[in-house]
Write a protein that binds this ligand. Structure first.
Ligand code: TXA
Ligand code: MG
Length: 341
């Protein structure tokens, strides 16, 4: 299959509209089209067409038990896809949508089970991206879309990442440039009396609590539960081609890890902020920004930067688990090699 690419920098120009029209035609015909959002690129199919949605799992090599997020242009469209929406959801939507938040709600009958992976709930998101917004309006139906990467690999934050993973396997890629946030949306279970975060993102528990003016449960890890509530969180994710090890606990400890890798003859790169880089030696380095939002935005570029023919090991400095650092460390810990692996 030939994968078409459209560069849409401005969806309001004649060329932009023409390209989105062409992309919409393909997805309407039951094909897969990748598109940019503010978080990461999504791999879209008509959410109301089970056969089209099934193609997503094949193209990505995605486990069948991992449900998909449905993308809509506005809250009216959202209402058609869910039932029993608690009042607090509308408060959250007013504050955070369009934006990097996914609301898990009881699914309406019309949602095919290819989308929900057989669950009674569905995740809905209104992305905050001009190209995604135009595209969703153009197609008019809701669009099911996981991140547009091969399952297990880092999510795509540029059209080139999508192309690397899925060229020849999907019909088209709308190239809207590099994304803004760089980490996937905050997934919030909204089926209970209070919202519960299943996957952390740039919108944090503190921001939800602030919006609702009440204490809410903090991020609840699904790890270790027999049936994790966000099924996707149980798989190894975001993994670069080579081993990734998180390093912290001061420069002496980091230097010891470097020395050990050097002695073993490993080709290593350390990703760290300037303060740490100044205190270690004998190592190839990439300097990270002091702004955690910048690191988040570039994280998947870093994890895709080297191939296994170039490096044996990546070391990455541990980040403080506050604000977006919570989501950043969640992704890094899933990408990293742990002792029991
Ligand atoms: O930012 C994002 O959320 C991106 C863009 C494209 O919107 N999408 C994304 O989708 O990251 P995906 O499929 O890579 O991750 C969706 C996560 C998975 O962990 C999945 O298990 C969880 O959301 N999820 C989806 N539907 C769910 C449901 N009904 N109940 C619980 N978890 C659900
Ligand atoms: Mg994903």
């Amino acid at each position: 299959m030939r994968t078409k690419r459209w560069l849409v920098t401005d969806p309001t120009t004649v060329q932009g509209m023409k390209d989105l029209h062409e992309a919409a035609k393909l997805i309407k015909a039951g094909e897969l089209v990748a598109f940019p959002t503010e978080t990461v690129y999504g791999l879209g199919a008509n959410a109301l067409d089970g056969q089209a949605v099934a193609k997503i799992f094949t193209a990505k090599g995605r486990p069948q038990d991992n449900p998909l997020i449905v993308h809509v242009a506005n809250v009216e469209q959202l209402k058609d896809l869910v039932k029993d929406v608690p009042d607090y959801v509308y408060k959250l939507i007013a504050e955070f949508s369009p934006g990097p938040v996914t609301y898990i709600l009881p699914a309406a009958e019309q949602i095919p089970q290819e989308v929900t992976a057989g669950l009674a709930t569905v995740g809905i998101r209104i992305p905050d991206h001009s190209v995604a917004h135009r595209f969703l309006n153009q197609v008019a139906f809701p669009v099911a879309a996981p991140s547009a990467n091969t399952s297990g690999k880092p999510s795509p934050t540029s059209a080139n990442h999508v192309y690397e993973d899925l060229s020849g396997k999907i019909s088209g890629i709308i190239d809207g440039g590099k994304v803004g946030v760089g980490l996937e949306s905050t997934v919030i279970d909204c089926t209970g009396s209070i919202p519960v975060i299943l996957r952390p993102g740039v919108v944090t528990a503190g921001m939800l609590a602030n919006c609702l003016q009440e204490d809410i449960a903090d991020f609840i890890s699904s790890e270790g539960e027999s049936t994790p509530r966000a099924p996707g969180m149980k798989y190894r994710h975001y993994a670069p081609e080579m081993s990734l090890v998180l390093v912290g606990n001061g420069p002496a400890r980091v230097q010891a890890v470097i020395d050990e890798a050097n002695e073993a003859g490993k080709r290593v790169t350390l990703f760290a902020r300037k303060a740490l880089l100044e205190k270690v030696s004998d190592i190839d380095t990439i300097c990270l920004s002091d702004d955690l939002a910048d690191i988040a935005r570039n994280l998947y570029d870093y994890l895709r930067m080297f191939t296994s023919t170039e490096r044996d090991l990546l070391l990455f400095e541990e980040m403080p688990k506050e604000g977006i650092g919570i989501a950043l460390m969640n992704r890094l810990e899933k990408a990293a090699v742990t002792e029991n692996e």
